[in-house]
Design a protein. Structure first.
Lengths: 522, 445
């Protein structure tokens, strides 16, 4: 026994504080950011491609080296020690500071891009936007816009924090593969390809961004742009429609909405990588779930109504869709159907046959009421596509998805937008609930109700509530990130696809239960 | 009818929930520990910063009122089974019609000098967690005594706060009274890999008083003195039954109960850690202080009280744990010392952090148990195979059905079957059937 080390503090592989290398790495990343701040301040001395690429490389490099030291010096496994003690990840002072900085950045980005240095009406860019001109020129041959700056930083964040996430979960192949996927789609399909296409004189088009997340797909300028862009434009138009009506429903049927939300989508990509340290901050209460269902489905109804009105005005000269017109009956049926699906989705058990008539009637009455309220507000029996479009763009497109969606990461978790606002998530969620093979299965009676799964669910699903009953988890909001299954200390959860039991995926049968006369599993 | 339940752990709460599902009886759950039910198994995660206390509560605080389950905070000092009332340390007595004892257990102390000093604690209750938290400030080293599941949890907790830990284990290898040698050796390696000071074949002789009634060091049986500011006692637990001494309720190690979880006194039941089966199922112990049996007893007693008599039958044994970063699952009868009629197939990954052990009957060939390290198996499938005494060869061919690892994980079934083939001279191959559809068809849910 004498050779056993007496003081393990020397051999302790978990250094209590950031080590020297990490401090240097943090400083390197900080210098990269500092370059951008200097550029923003209007200092022309560093307006040069070398400085830009150096800054981006420093930010990436600093983050990667920092996380390498954080995770690769430790045995592989779940790394949640101290998450609730750290100010940044437990809504402390640093979380508020970061939240305010991010929110401020988004407000400037959306409504005051001139402060970032955006040159308007032929004036050359300055400040931060000009700092990104060299990269923009290289990719698409035009000076940068505020959106190009944003897109670049966004992609850098997904790549840098994606590597961090992979190091953190290197023992879990599902997490590694999924993260490589979001990094690939962000870099290739969301960032590089659209920019390069523009250089080749094609319209801006992101293949991975589909309606209704891409709410402007049916706007006149987008449709005109695609229709006037020859074969490539037509391909984009048809691909966009195929995504909504064929590709997405097919993939969602086989794999659930995760194929998009946690494998492809850019919003999901940022949430899963840069947002990972905040995933546990989502509210798990029943109350939050109730608010979530109303909000997210409300946005879906809103975007559908707006899109129908916009398409109508595209094909009709009078621009305003009269509620009294016959086409409105189609609209009412469409929206009514949507509302029925939403009401059903909110129920615990899936059962379309029960109360069918009353559901349909109440849904249609609800939609007519909605339209009547709209008519009352506008003072006219018309749906003004242009007005709805304006509202949607401001409240949902900018304020919700951007300012709140990312700005509130450190306070409400990384999926605030995906959970409460994203109409794409709502639509895929409805399908996931009714017509998809995907579910999370619970491993018999092995759950110990510890709560790790619920705590680390970024979508705020109380996973434990199902797992401790031995019930499989079928929730419209589940994005299939697989973290619940990863953090479970007892191997209770598994993401699975199956077709045999499509109609009774949620049946509460599979736990250890006492039946009269015996204890049994079934 | 008023049903009083002493103890708001998993047993007592499961009983309350099922009585509520089955009846409109008045229910009062009494606890001296916390206002609300929390998951005891998650205490370690609070200390480690993975979760907050409120995250360990399986039901939100409004749940109890909504389901008309009254919660009472109080310490029961006496049970008057004749008058049918409970006497509390403070406050008025409480009358009941039926009483469920679900008082859990307490850490064992074996008469070590200094065992009742300050800075000496087990890990069972919320108060133990508070003590650990309190004494962690400025703590230079902790010593944990006992080589079981809770001992390692405690060590992992201190380790997560960068507090050096020494574990004293009486046995030659970690948990080798339960784990077969291969798995036990794996746990030893895992503990050391994390830099925890594991002392095998070393026992506690004495805890040293610093002169102010606080522990400041331990002295081991080999005579070594280890300076430490905290001593964790995790050498098993025993049922909490002291307060029943004068009630006439018959006790052994725990409160003795029959198959219907009834004690020797009418209208008094006992469930969970504190209870002891008079006639346990073959191969099972009278006192089984684990989460799952507590939950099953809670459900069973609920049925019994609500007039639907059900004998307690815990079915095929299962359990799980996590040793640092290695998950552990067991299904069926897997013993540390393999009896003559058992035969074992043992596969271990080259990196030494995953293993699969399958036990079958040497003479009749039927499956007996599964012991998994770092690999997840499907509970229902293993249970069905064991219950139906499925032949080992059928299990081997269909091993994929049992796999519960996440997607894209390395699959090891073929290697396991390879070992079986080697041992038996057979030439079986694995069917590549692991999908949920196949599992579903097999289980006929």
């Amino acid at each position: 026994m004498s050779q056993v080390q007496k003081s393990m503090s020397l051999a302790n592989p978990a250094p209590p504080f950031t080590d020297l290398i990490q401090k240097i790495a943090a400083a390197i990343g900080g210098v990269g950011l500092l370059f951008m701040v200097i550029a923003l301040s209007g200092n022309g001395a560093i307006q040069n491609s070398i400085w830009l690429y150096t800054a981006l490389a420093l930010i990436m490099g600093g983050t990667v080296v920092y996380s390498w030291r954080a995770y690769m010096t430790l045995p592989e496994g779940i790394k949640n020690n101290g998450v609730w003690f750290d100010s940044l990840s437990s809504k402390g002072l640093w979380a508020w500071v970061l939240g305010i900085v991010l929110t401020g950045f988004y407000v400037v980005l959306y409504w005051y891009p001139q402060y970032l240095g955006l040159g308007k009406d032929g004036v050359a860019n300055s400040g931060l936007v000009a700092f990104f001109d060299p990269l923009s020129m290289a990719l698409k041959g035009t000076p940068a816009s505020e959106w190009f700056v944003y897109g670049t930083l966004y992609t850098v964040a997904i790549l840098a924090f994606g590597i961090k996430f992979i190091l953190k979960y290197r023992h879990n192949k599902y997490q590694v593969v999924r993260t490589i996927s979001v990094m690939f789609f962000q870099l290739g399909f969301a960032f590089l390809l659209p920019e390069i296409m523009q250089k080749l004189n094609h319209p801006y088009y992101s293949f991975t961004n589909m309606w209704p997340l891409n709410y402007y797909f049916f706007y006149d300028w987008n449709l005109d742009g695609l229709l006037n862009a020859g074969n490539v434009g037509m391909f984009m138009l048809f691909f966009g429609l195929a995504m909504v009506f064929i590709i997405s429903p097919t993939l969602t049927y086989f794999y659930g909405k995760r194929w998009y939300c946690s494998w492809v989508c850019g919003c999901g990509g940022l949430a899963e990588t840069a947002g990972d340290p905040f995933r546990h901050l989502s509210d798990k209460s029943l109350k939050a779930w109730k608010i979530e269902r109303w909000m997210i489905h409300g946005v879906l109804v809103f975007v559908t109504l707006m899109t129908v009105a916009v398409i109508y005005s595209y094909f009709n000269s009078d621009r305003n869709l009269l509620i009294t017109k016959p086409i409105s009956i189609g609209l009412i049926i469409l929206l009514g159907g949507l509302v029925i699906a939403i009401v059903q989705a909110n129920k615990k058990e899936i059962n379309l046959s029960k109360d069918k008539l009353s559901t349909i009637i109440s849904a249609i009455v609800g939609v007519i009421l909605l339209l009547a309220i709209l008519a009352f507000i506008t003072g006219n029996f018309v749906i003004d596509g242009g007005m709805l479009r304006g509202w949607y763009g401001f409240f949902i497109g900018a304020a919700f998805s951007g300012v709140v969606g990312v700005g509130f990461y450190p306070l409400m978790g990384s999926r605030v937008w995906c959970r409460f606002g994203c109409p794409m998530a709502a639509l895929l969620g409805l399908q996931q609930k009714f017509f998809s093979r995907f579910r999370i299965t619970t491993n018999g009676g092995q759950c110990i109700s510890c709560g790790n799964c619920s705590t680390y669910c970024e979508m705020g699903i109380d996973v434990r509530a199902y797992a401790q009953k031995g019930q499989n988890i079928v929730r419209a909001s589940c994005v299939g990130c697989g973290i619940c299954a990863a953090v479970c200390p007892r191997g209770v959860l598994k993401l699975e696809n199956g077709s045999v039991d499509l109609k009774n995926k949620t049946t509460e049968l599979k736990a250890i239960h006492i039946a009269e006369g015996d204890v049994r599993i079934l | 009818m008023h049903i009083a339940i002493i103890g708001n752990g998993i047993s007592g709460i499961t009983a309350a929930r099922f009585i509520r599902k089955l009846s409109d009886h008045k229910i009062t759950v009494i606890s001296a520990e916390t206002d609300h039910f929390f998951s005891r198994t998650a205490l370690m995660y609070i200390y480690m910063g993975h979760m907050r206390f409120q995250d360990t509560k399986p039901y939100e605080d409004w749940f109890w009122e909504k389901n008309k389950i009254d919660l009472k905070r109080g310490y029961v000092e006496q049970v008057d089974t004749e008058e049918k009332k409970l006497i509390f340390k403070k406050g008025d007595p409480l009358s009941y019609d039926k009483l469920i004892l679900a008082t859990g257990s307490s850490p064992n102390k074996f008469g070590w000098p200094g065992q009742d000093l300050k800075r000496v604690h087990g890990l069972y209750s919320y108060q133990d967690l508070e003590a650990m938290e309190k004494y962690s400030k400025g703590l230079k080293r902790a010593v944990v005594v006992g080589g079981g599941l809770i001992g390692l949890e405690m060590a992992e907790m201190f380790h997560s706060r960068h507090i050096p830990v020494t574990i004293l284990v009486r046995e030659k290898s970690y948990w080798n009274g339960v784990m077969p040698p291969g798995e036990s050796a794996m746990i030893n390696r895992e503990i050391k890999r994390h830099g925890i000071d594991l002392r095998l074949e070393e026992e506690l002789a004495e805890i040293v008083d610093n002169g102010q009634g606080e522990a400041c060091a331990v002295i081991t049986k080999s005579g070594e003195r280890i300076e430490c500011g905290f001593v964790g006692l995790t050498a098993g637990v025993h049922p909490n039954i002291k307060f029943l001494a004068e009630t006439g309720i018959e006790t052994g190690r725990g409160i003795l109960v029959n198959k219907y979880l009834e004690t020797s006194i009418p209208d008094v039941y006992a469930i969970g850690d504190c209870s002891e089966q008079r006639n346990p199922n073959p191969g099972r112990r009278g006192v089984e202080a684990i989460w799952y049996t507590g939950r099953m007893m809670g459900e069973t007693v609920g049925y019994n009280i609500c007039g639907k008599p059900v004998a307690y039958n815990p079915g095929i044994w299962f359990n799980s744990a996590k040793f640092m970063d290695i998950e552990y699952q067991v299904y069926g009868d897997v013993r540390a010392n393999q009896p003559e009629e058992h035969r074992s197939i043992y596969w271990e990954h080259a990196e030494g952090r995953k293993s699969i052990r399958i036990i079958y009957d040497k003479n009749h060939g039927h499956i007996i148990g599964f012991n998994l390290m770092g690999v997840r198996f499907r509970h229902e499938v293993c249970e069905k195979w064991i219950k139906e005494k499925t032949d080992i060869e059928i299990v081997m061919k269909n091993l994929g059905l049992a796999n519960f690892d996440p997607e894209f994980y390395e699959k090891h079934e073929a290697e396991v079957v390879g070992i079986y083939n080697q041992q038996s001279g057979k030439n079986l191959s694995v069917k590549h059937e692991r999908s949920w559809d196949k599992v579903f068809a097999f289980l006929k849910f």
